[in-house]
Design a protein around this ligand. Structure first.
Ligand code: ADP
Ligand code: ZN
Length: 531
């Protein structure tokens, strides 16, 4: 538009150095900043630690008015504002904890154009009082930009849905002309679409940074009798370097931390049920390298940037793959090699399945079930783990496999599975590409279920032709075909299998399929230094 602000190259680089002390932009940052200054709406996907904040903070400094930042994490908000102020940047936040006098003082500073960045929680922004105030600022020509951090919170398909985020649509309508940046570290294709629609982004520039973290080595180990010794051995071999061990429950955190301490490791527990004072003490001790091992629930980590974590262990199965990517991604922020190890047992799987079945809301149950299926696809896979993780974020692994994960380093023996694959694919075709893997496997095995009878699938020619393989084996083959791109699994709501051109090549015998059989039982290697 005619109000476009332009900034020349040199000036941007100078501002980057002056305000943030950085020598150069990271890939993508410059273009995002330029487009923000030019008034374009944008959706920005960058992994945690990728440098998203800068992409709205720098425009905020170069644009004439105020940039409003919506962030769901109040604690982080204080932190960020403090850090900006230390760098001499005029930033502030408004929330309900402020005394009336202080709030008035801050509002005055904003109204007089003395602030560049205003951080708000969504609840705060949505209050009529706040909206009216911002409208007043806007009438003075004082609003430049809206940045919505953690934008995936608008989507119930993400892992962190927040109903208040839904209402941001109304804010976007009231400030329709205000250029908007939506930022997130986690968004599948479905979540991306939700963000675009909910936040009413107009002709947005979509920036997707790679989610690949080449220095991380992914592995899955059996959580069997030897699992604790394996964990202990690995922690000892880290020789004082930092590691995080995630558990799902507070009780598990306490128990594991105690056991590690009894075995001579300096391990501290961390979970939301602990007294705030002790929790923050443990966090500080870990960050300062006074204690190398932190045993934590997912309560730990949001916004914590310790660069030299050498390993992240998951001692219990996480609920979803997005969460796993985030938590394991806290390893190796410094770019040096680090391990991401998941301990997995079929028992954990049953435990989560049980919890999912307890959910009373069928919609929630469906979401949880599809998230669990994706997590299992990762845990039980015999193909490259990085390929699966990146595939989850809609990113294809460029060349062959990564070469660094457990499945790449010690590949499971594969064999020609073309005939089994043909059985499975033709069953998908006969069921008219309208059913999920579990059902297909049941048809192949000739199961006698209500669903099979009502659909008349017991009369299909593929009914019972796969009774020689177990249900688990069929599920495994199906997932492998999906990972190899020979079969499509839609991920919206009920996962449904569909055929693509490659599936038809297999069916027409123009393509062979090589895949591993399901390992009889996952086995964990013996710890080198048996405890
Ligand atoms: P995100 O919000 O994407 O998780 P941050 O904005 O917190 O990431 O940035 C992560 C770290 O990267 C911060 O320490 C930040 O100072 C640093 N950083 C960002 N941009 C650059 C850059 N161009 N050069 C060097 N460091 C940068
Ligand atoms: Zn690999």
């Amino acid at each position: 538009g005619d109000a476009e602000w332009t900034v020349d190259d040199q000036k941007l680089g100078e501002a980057l150095k002056r305000h943030f002390g950085h020598e150069r932009f990271r890939p993508g940052q410059r273009r995002i900043v330029e487009l923000a200054i030019a008034g374009h709406d944008q959706l920005i996907l960058m992994p945690t630690g990728g440098g998203k904040s800068l992409t709205y903070q720098l425009p905020a400094l170069l644009l004439p008015g105020l940039t409003v930042v919506v962030s769901p994490l109040i604690a982080l908000m204080h932190d960020q504002v403090d850090r900006l102020r230390e760098n001499g940047i005029a930033a502030t936040f408004l929330n309900s904890t402020l005394a009336a006098g202080e709030r008035t003082r801050r509002e005055q500073a904003i109204a007089q154009g003395r602030m560049k960045l205003l951080y708000l929680s969504p609840e705060r922004l949505l209050s009529e009082e706040c909206l009216a105030f911002l409208e007043y600022v806007q009438r003075q020509g004082g609003l430049s930009l809206l940045a919505v951090d953690e934008a995936h919170c608008v989507s119930e398909w993400g892992h962190d849905f927040r109903p208040e985020y839904r209402q941001l649509a109304a804010v976007r309508e009231r400030f329709a002309a205000l250029p908007t940046l939506a930022l997130t570290a986690t968004a599948t294709e479905r979540v991306r679409q939700d963000i675009l629609v909910q936040l009413k982004l107009r002709d947005p520039h979509i920036h997707i940074a790679s989610f690949d973290r080449p220095n991380l080595h992914y592995a899955v180990l059996a959580k069997d009798k030897g699992a604790y010794a394996e964990l202990l051995g690995r922690l000892r071999r880290l020789d004082g370097a930092s590691a995080i061990v995630y558990c799902q429950s507070r009780r598990a955190v306490e128990a594991l931390a105690e056991r590690l301490v009894a075995d001579g490791l300096n391990a501290l527990p961390y979970h939301a049920g602990m007294a705030a004072e002790m929790r923050s003490r443990h966090q500080t001790q870990f960050l300062r390298d006074d204690a190398p091992v932190l045993v934590a629930t997912v309560a730990f980590g949001m916004g914590i940037a310790k660069p030299d974590v050498r390993a992240v262990f998951h001692y219990e199965l996480p609920r979803n793959l997005e969460g796993y990517y985030q938590e394991s991604g806290r390893a190796g922020r410094d770019g040096q090699p680090a391990d991401c190890v998941l301990f997995f047992s079929p028992g954990d799987r049953a435990k989560i399945e049980y919890l999912v079945a307890q959910k009373s809301d069928p919609h929630e149950q469906r979401l949880a079930r599809s998230q669990l299926a994706q997590m299992l696809a990762y845990a039980e896979s015999t193909v490259c783990r990085r390929r699966i993780l990146l595939g989850y974020f809609g990113e294809a692994l460029a060349e062959a496999d990564c070469g660094g994960c457990d499945n790449c380093r010690s590949p499971v023996a594969t064999q020609d599975r073309t005939v089994d694959a043909q059985k499975l694919l033709s069953c998908v075709a006969r069921c008219q590409e309208r059913f999920g893997l579990r059902h297909i496997a049941q048809v192949l095995r000739g199961a006698n279920t209500q669903k099979i009878r009502t659909q008349g699938h017991d009369r299909l020619s593929t009914y019972g032709i796969g009774a020689d393989l177990s249900q688990a084996e069929w599920l495994h083959l199906g997932r492998t075909l999906v990972h190899q791109g020979l079969l499509i699994e839609t991920t919206d709501g009920y996962p449904v299998l569909k055929l693509n051109a490659l599936s038809w090549e297999v069916l027409r015998r123009q393509r062979t399929v090589t895949a591993a059989r399901l390992p009889a039982r996952p086995t964990s290697p013996q710890p080198a230094d048996a405890a």
